[in-house]
Design a protein around this ligand. Structure first.
Ligand code: ATP
Ligand code: ATP
Ligand code: CA
Length: 218
């Protein structure tokens, strides 16, 4: 489904979101008060306009009310970011996602109605640290404070063992959801299936159990 998205603030983050949404086929209205930044997006958005995003009249005259989603990517100017978020919600946009620079900024944005707050530098920093912490970790999704899904590379420890032998359910309370081997993904792994060196195991479990499995058995 084609979405109509207004992206406000065309720094590195806003620009990147804008270009990718455009590439995915969505209708993007890109707004910044800096003309050079706007010019940079003329070829990568449906409309790119110079405007002050804290000026309610300008936003309304641009027809922002007709958009489903808004992304506010004004990271460093707290006042503009908060004001703009508040106005987009008041104009009636269903989903307003906002970039924050820190936790304090995030808390304020949540109070004024942001539907999702993103701290790209912080979130990316955490991901990079996790990847450095573990050479086996390919990717992960945190489902909650306690539970995650991880992708781990199988080393010599698990290679040539069947899932039955690895016995992750009983020993660690985790479940292997799928096994990736090159382009192939086995989404219904059977107890008799044998893990090969370099396979990627997709596992769900409690964070501590996943970590124990990773350290001892994978
Ligand atoms: P980056 O992703 O590059 O780290 P950032 O979130 O740190 O970006 P800036 O680099 O300052 O922030 O980019 C924010 C952009 O938002 C700038 O291009 C700036 O001109 C624009 N901007 C700030 N305030 C307003 C406003 N009131 N109306 C429109 N655009 C604004
Ligand atoms: P952010 O992740 O916040 O967007 P950034 O990449 O935009 O960060 P800065 O916020 O400027 O960059 O942070 C860079 C840090 O690197 C600063 O704390 C600065 O003091 C430090 N730094 C820059 N140059 C040097 C240097 N030559 N030696 C040591 N530290 C440096
Ligand atoms: Ca920045």
């Amino acid at each position: 489904m084609k979405k109509q998205v207004v992206v406000i603030g065309l720094g590195r983050f806003g620009t990147s979101v804008c270009k990718e949404l455009h590439k995915l086929g969505h209708e993007v209205l890109a707004i910044d008060r800096n003309v050079e930044r706007v010019n940079g997006l003329l070829d990568f958005s449906a409309h790119a306009v110079v405007a002050d995003a804290t000026d309610e009249k300008s936003l309304k005259s641009l027809g922002v009310r007709n958009f489903d989603h808004g992304i506010v990517a004004i990271g460093d100017n707290l006042q503009s970011s908060v004001l703009c978020t508040l106005m987009l919600k008041e104009i009636g946009l269903k989903k307003v996602w906002v970039k924050a620079r820190d936790l304090q900024h995030q808390t304020i944005l949540e109070r004024v109605g942001a539907d999702r707050v993103i701290q790209p530098e912080n979130e990316m920093g955490i991901r990079v640290a996790h990847h450095m912490d573990s050479e086996k970790l390919i990717d992960y999704i945190d489902l909650s404070k306690d539970y995650s899904i991880v992708e781990l590379v199988a080393t010599e420890k698990t290679a040539n063992k069947s899932l039955n032998q690895v016995n992750i359910n009983a020993k660690y309370g985790c479940t292997i959801l799928a096994i990736k081997r090159g382009e192939e993904v086995n989404i219904v792994p059977l107890p008799s299936d044998v893990i090969r060196l370099g396979d990627i195991l997709i596992i769900i479990g409690h964070r501590e159990d996943l970590k124990r499995f990773e350290d001892r058995s994978v």
